[in-house]
Ligand binder design. Structure first.
Ligand code: GTP
Ligand code: SPV
Ligand code: MN
Length: 609
């Protein structure tokens, strides 16, 4: 028996407006779920849905004494990360999606989706998930409703967004909301038993920026299925932001307080997926005199404020962080955040019912259940946790969450960092020569590919401008143009841009820079630069610190290591410039002149080096 409009009406809470009911009824008619549920975000609902998943085998309840109210899910090996080759921008003109996105004609894609979604929710419950990206009712915040047949998605959305009745209240006030439809794509016949991780081999992650719609089919995983996150807060929001004069970015936000003068300094930073945003956002400074507080770890929405400065909010309410490599040594604040109320996906399970992954503290256990659900011993020769295994955990539980992390108007941004994973060429930190040079720095970022997407070869170097390659909802060259326009609008109030690289290696493949908490030394230099307290060297790729000015007390980096981090090989950089030029050439006439000029200027500096 499938759900009728009458059933939708009967299930809807009193604050669900007529247009929402009509839309839900239309999707229910297409997808034919067996049941319908409007989510209110309550504790009761969380308890019921997590128990439902424990009962049907999708969740393992972790030992309540070790990890209260926390759960482990294991996905299928085919559904462990974002699928970039199945991610589509569906706008009228192909050139508006640009050469770096997969494009599909909106009408043709709608026809495919109509077929795929027909009876896709058979045997399942359709959950209606109203949510706010950003603090409820805030001037920079935005609303959406995700329809999904996955209780895993509901529970993750409850952590990652402000989900439930209060979001529906705002929708009921008549504010704009984005409709987002999701199905795992695995209907159930009567009496058929569900699998532990339903999904479909065929996947469609689709965006309609001209009508603000999202449709996602076939995957249950993070960035493919939690539609408030990458689909809305980056791909759709980036197109909204361009239209309305703001910015939606793949950036962490942190507050740095210098204790000597109590000066607050807010930094945003864009690094490609699995390249250190969560870690920098929760940094524990290894130098005295600074305090870091976390505002966000993945996405920033930024708008000009009344004083003409740029203000940033974190649209999310939780962290969907990379587990491997996270430990009390590397990121103690993340470890403390996830002590309770956390969903783990594709990590290993210990014999006493807790979680484990490569790089976590302590000795490697003699026995584990790995992310496939199989027995594992150190002799197994395979990682016990998937390289892209993740924790979903409430931001409010972070011990150093910034007191203003939910400030509706955001925090004023003082500096913007761009980085990537570069074993060679790129020095530790470089400051922009000019605003346009800052945009050039962002546009020319290349990074070694990580495990955050399934269908690109890990380890290979690829261009990932602004860490937005998989997330920009329109033509990338137009996006650079939008950055230049925002800079022109804000003038000298626009934050200064820095290029950073924590990942340069020596000839033996060892990291030259200790990273993590020691990245506070880079922030310290940036603060002192902005206060006009230190000079800089005019280098090939930007302005570099003087070795003497840089705080290296208590760290094993001497002049020899420093010089290695700052070696600029003109031949290697000429090859970089060639690669950048070739990458830029795909944008043709859309490439802003100011960016072309910056490439010419870089070549001149390389030639003079
Ligand atoms: P997404 O959530 O995919 O957007 O990733 P993210 O940018 O938040 O990445 P995250 O901070 O989770 O870091 C991913 C990996 O980089 C982890 O394995 C970290 O241990 C490692 N990492 C982070 N910071 C540093 C650093 O300063 N130095 C080194 N060597 N590794 C780092
Ligand atoms: C990323 O890949 O940049 C992530 C994880 O933050 S996901 O939500 O899966 O996109
Ligand atoms: Mn990310």
């Amino acid at each position: 028996m499938s759900v009728t409009e009458k059933d939708v009406r009967a299930a809807a809470p009193s604050n669900a407006p007529e247009d929402v009911i009509a839309w839900v009824a239309k999707i229910a008619e297409l997808a034919t779920p067996d049941a319908i549920e409007f989510c209110d975000g309550s504790q009761e609902e969380w308890g019921r849905l997590t128990q439902l998943m424990v009962d049907n085998g999708m969740f393992t309840r972790l030992n309540p004494e070790k990890r209260p109210n926390s759960f482990l899910a294991r996905s299928l090996p085919s559904d462990v990360a974002r699928v970039e080759s199945r991610t589509f921008i569906c706008c009228e003109k192909e050139e508006d999606a640009g050469p770096t996105n997969h494009w599909a004609d909106p009408k043709e894609m709608k026809a495919i989706l109509k077929e795929k979604f027909t009876a896709t929710m058979k045997g399942r419950t359709l959950y209606v998930v109203p949510f706010s990206m950003g603090p409820l009712g805030g001037p920079i915040s935005q609303l959406g409703i995700e329809l999904t047949d996955s209780p895993y998605v509901v529970c993750n959305m409850r952590i990652m967004t402000r989900m439930g009745a209060k979001a529906m209240d705002l929708i009921n006030e008549g504010r704009l909301w984005v409709p987002a439809v999701h199905s795992v794509g695995q209907p159930l016949e009567p009496g058929e038993k569900d699998t532990a991780w339903p999904c479909n081999d065929e996947k469609y992650i689709t965006h309609f920026p001209e009508t603000n719609e999202i449709w996602s089919y076939g995957s249950g995983y993070g960035g493919n299925a939690l539609l408030g996150k990458k689909c809305y807060a980056l791909r759709i929001a980036s197109t909204m932001a361009r239209r309305d004069g703001w910015m939606a970015e793949h950036m962490l936000i942190l507050r740095l307080t210098r204790q000597s003068d109590n000066k607050q300094f807010h930094v945003t930073a864009a690094f490609p997926s699995a390249c250190g945003k969560t870690n920098l956002a929760m940094l524990q400074p290894t130098i005295p005199g600074y305090k870091v507080e976390t505002v966000g770890d993945d996405i920033a929405w930024m708008r000009p404020g009344p004083d003409g400065r740029l203000y940033a909010i974190n649209p999310e309410a939780g962290f969907f962080g990379v587990a491997p490599g996270t430990s009390y040594k590397t990121n103690p604040m993340a470890m403390d955040t996830m002590r309770t109320n956390t969903i783990f996906t594709n990590v290993a399970l210990t014999d006493d019912g807790d979680v484990w992954w490569e790089g976590i503290d302590g000795d490697v256990p003699e026995h584990l259940i790995d992310w496939h659900g199989k027995d594992w011993t150190p002799e197994s020769g395979q990682p016990a946790a998937h390289a892209n295994s993740r924790f979903t955990t409430p931001a409010s539980q972070c011990p150093i969450i910034c007191p203003d992390w939910e400030a509706p108007q955001g925090v004023p941004v003082d500096a913007i960092l761009f980085g990537g994973r570069r074993a060679t060429n790129v020095p530790l930190v470089a400051e922009q020569y000019s605003a346009a040079h800052g945009v050039f720095i962002g546009a020319s970022v290349a990074s070694e590919v990580t495990a955050a997407a399934t269908d690109v070869k890990a380890g290979s170097l690829r261009h990932d401008p602004f860490a937005m390659l998989p997330f920009c909802g329109y033509n990338m060259a137009d996006y650079w143009g939008h950055w230049l326009e925002m800079q022109a609008k804000l003038g000298t109030a626009f934050p200064k841009i820095y290029q950073v690289n924590w990942f340069r290696k020596d000839e033996n493949g060892k990291f030259l820079w200790p990273g993590y908490g020691d990245n506070s030394r880079v922030l310290d230099w940036i603060v002192r630069r902005s206060a006009g307290e230190v000079e800089a060297i005019n280098g090939v790729t930007g302005r570099y610190p003087h070795f003497e000015d840089f705080n290296l007390d208590g760290v094993d980096v001497g002049k020899a290591e420093w010089d290695k981090m700052y070696t600029i090989d003109p031949d290697a950089w000429a090859a970089e410039a060639d690669s950048t030029e070739e990458y830029f050439s795909q944008f043709g006439d859309r490439l802003p002149q100011a960016i072309k000029d910056q490439l010419t200027a870089l070549r001149a500096r390389i030639a003079a080096a």
